[in-house]
Design a protein around this ligand. Sequence first.
Ligand code: KE4
Length: 430
Amino acid sequence: MANNDSSSDLFTQAQALMPGGVNSPVRAFRSVGGSPFFTARAEGAHLYTSDGRELIDYVCTWGPAIHGHHDPDIHNSIAAALERGTSFGTPNADEVRMAKQIVSMVPSVEKVRMCNSGTEATLSAIRLARGYTGRDKIIKFAGCYHGHVDSLLVKAGSGALTLGNPDSAGIPASFAAETIVLEYNDPEAAKACFAEQGDQIAAIIVEPYPANCGLILPDSGYLEGLRSLCSAHGALLIFDEVMTGFRLAAGGVQELTKITPDLTALGKIIGGGLPVGALGGKAEIMDHLAPLGPVYQAGTLSGNPLAMAAGIASLEKLCERQPYSALHAKGAQMAEALRAAAQVKGLPLQVPQVGSMFALFFANEPVRNFSQATASRTKAFKQLFNHALKNGVYLPPSPYETCFISTAHQSHHIEKTIQVLVDGIHRIDL
Ligand code: KE4
């Protein structure tokens, strides 16, 4: 239903009905000031706000919209599925089609369990790792965000970090005690941890390229080291590719690095904009899931036919179009232009970029871990965010997120964005 209320009116109504006026905290603009705009519709590279504004969108609904918004192929696939009903509660052919698609794209995945969000995928992955190994402890890394799973909301990134509560209230100390938090890109810390308690560690869960505390890339050999440690100590390596899966390559980071995790959590792009997550991995491990094995995992709408139709269309389009080198070129063009502008101004700006993902840290040195990310100048980011928004460019409303480029971002969108952001960089007052 079309609504003619302004964003401000809608936000006033929303705050009376939903905590913070949002259904997910990072949307609340708490770290960049002001109030969030409301979106009336989205098309291609643009969001159209309830105030009649057109914005070039670099949030891409936090990752799913790799083909841009309102993609016609995804739209038509959903419309066709809709003619057959919305949910059956029984197995349906599109679940088989989706599973075949994932297995064909993600190198390490032999079997798949569909669910409804990235959070469900990661919570299922750690439960499966604990059930399979008979061990309790999980290693995660400071700044990584794996969804709002109780035992993983410890030194978490994304909205938790944005709001300054990386360790959420409401999580019993007994839960947190089973989670070991290490600094990313610190191989010695990981080695020491396994030397001390390797026989208690069920798994490492890692965003292979952490993108929930800005974007951090691994030092050479770091991920390979985690793989070796897990293999040597009988722990599982879980790649949380909810964000990077299908985003950086058809097979995600594990295709780029040729590292084989034991389990992979997937989400975002896999749903084509509808709620979908998935857990995949070696058949021998996955077969420990109910109804075959003792590890329970379930979901009323898991494998929902509409969501499968949207996700299959999204993944098939990626396989047909193979847009990754073009997306990388756009990301590199953006990053190089912003670095050059900052250098001219003598501004400490790091722009980590890989493929269609990039982030902005106002820091003197490249950011390699959580501590360095949180030491960056967030006030400068806030200035740039608001300058960009005022000039029609929507960056993620937090310095602890990552920007996404879609195939709908044409050269003129990139060029306009560079012009706006370079102007914003020149106006920053540290
Ligand atoms: P969801 O439960 O939000 O679908 O996925 C959780 C999740 C798991 N793993 C990774 C690597 C993720 O990035 C996420 C969710 N990402 C955030 C944005 N950085 C979602 C945005 C939000 O919380 O509203």
